[in-house]
Write a protein that binds this ligand. Structure first.
Ligand code: BGC
Length: 372
């Protein structure tokens, strides 16, 4: 079968032939890949050769945002059957730490985890995959068109859940279930993560201001406005004046992966506010910040600055629940986040694609059987 792989020797991405995986244990299931989303990490793999092949192999099959259809299940698999749509999580635990032993490898403490398509384990840009049922989450048929967004949505769910839990733990009277109601939130970067974060925050009753550096009339601000958020063109505002301009900002979710901006935005955070960084910048350019002023602000305003990566199956399930709610509230607006669908053979074009109106590009591997 075909697989898009990063070759160790050349550090180039290429379509190669690999053996089709088969079920080897009774708790496994086999999926036919339908769609794979492309994200910044995939583009880094192509441009900077980032990514690590499984031990003893000469290539890494890339791709970690997937949607598949179950074609076969092992004898012990009771909650999935042939024809179900499902997604697989990205990370596999180290097997040594308490987090990984409780299926929370997203909080792995040893760093010895692997990630499908990224670190030491083959990914999903291929025709078939096999994995254990504990890493699979069912996608209802009504969400098949947007199921490939489950992984990025799960990252958002984890970031928000952690932030809200921390606020509930430290602010008198704050409760996790209601803390976001009426809160002013700033989402920096309106790519897939930012727009999905806007959706999750709006569903929880927050006010959402979305910051990006694209024209007012382009696709990202348009989707944000139709969701009920407000757009701010980062090219027209000085980040140092954001606090005065926006007033009390309770929560910031960073999804730009631009280190300098990531630090500058701390300035916009309000009293008792929480700031979650989700972008993963590469390269290492020094960042210039007004350190004393920033530290003074963080201390005097009881601020929490944190990072969040990856997600557990619980967050995938939450992602699916929120995508259902989004569909009920905004109809097919969620589908508009997927701006380009290309056949997998056009992977080079898909990986190169970057324009103001491109949000999520997806590679098509096969059609769901219902639509064949
Ligand atoms: C993925 C995460 C992964 C992270 C670090 C992100 O692009 O969405 O699942 O943990 O990269 O490799």
């Amino acid at each position: 079968m075909k697989a898009i792989s990063l070759l160790n020797e050349t550090r180039q991405v290429q379509l190669i032939d690999v053996p089709e995986p088969e079920i080897e244990r009774p708790n496994q299931l086999k999926l036919r890949i339908l769609e794979i989303g492309i994200c910044g990490t995939d583009r880094e793999q192509v441009e900077a050769g980032y990514g690590e092949a499984p031990a003893g192999t000469d290539h890494l099959v890339i791709g970690h945002e997937m949607l598949g259809e179950v074609v076969e299940v092992g004898k012990e698999v009771k909650s999935f059957r042939k024809g179900d749509y499902a997604v697989l999580t990205v990370r596999r635990g180290c097997g040594q730490c308490a987090a990984c032993q409780s299926n929370r490898s997203d909080m792995c403490m040893t760093g010895l985890f692997t990630e499908r398509g990224i670190k030491g384990r083959h990914g999903f840009e291929t025709e078939y995959v096999v994995d254990e049922q504990q890493y699979a989450v069912k996608v209802p048929a009504e969400l098949v068109q947007v199921g490939v967004l489950t992984e990025p949505m799960s990252v958002v769910e984890k970031a928000i859940e952690e932030a809200v839990a921390l606020q509930a733990a430290r602010i008198p009277q704050a409760k996790a279930a209601t803390w976001l109601i009426g809160k002013r939130t700033l989402v920096a970067g309106l790519g897939p993560i930012g727009l999905l974060a806007a959706i999750a925050l709006l569903l929880r009753g927050a006010e959402v201001i979305g910051l990006d550096i694209v024209d007012e009339g382009s696709k990202r601000p348009d989707i944000l406005r139709r969701l009920g958020g407000t757009y701010l063109d980062g090219r027209k505002v000085d980040t140092a004046t954001l606090d005065a301009r926006l007033g009390q900002v309770d929560f910031i979710l960073e999804a730009t992966g631009v280190a300098e901006l990531g630090f500058q935005l701390i300035d916009a955070l309000g009293v008792n506010g929480i700031y979650v960084m989700t972008g993963i910048p590469h390269g290492d350019r020094p960042v210039c910040i007004t350190g004393a002023e920033m530290m003074q602000q963080i201390v005097l305003k009881n601020q929490l600055i944190m990072g969040s990566v990856n997600a557990s199956t619980l967050h995938y399930a939450q992602a699916i629940e929120d995508m259902q709610k989004a569909k009920a509230k905004w109809g097919d607006l969620l589908n508009e986040i997927i701006t380009t669908r290309l056949p997998f053979q056009q992977y080079r074009e898909a990986l190169d694609l970057r324009s103001e109106n491109d949000i999520k590009t997806v590679l098509l591997w096969d059609k769901p059987s219902e639509q064949v």
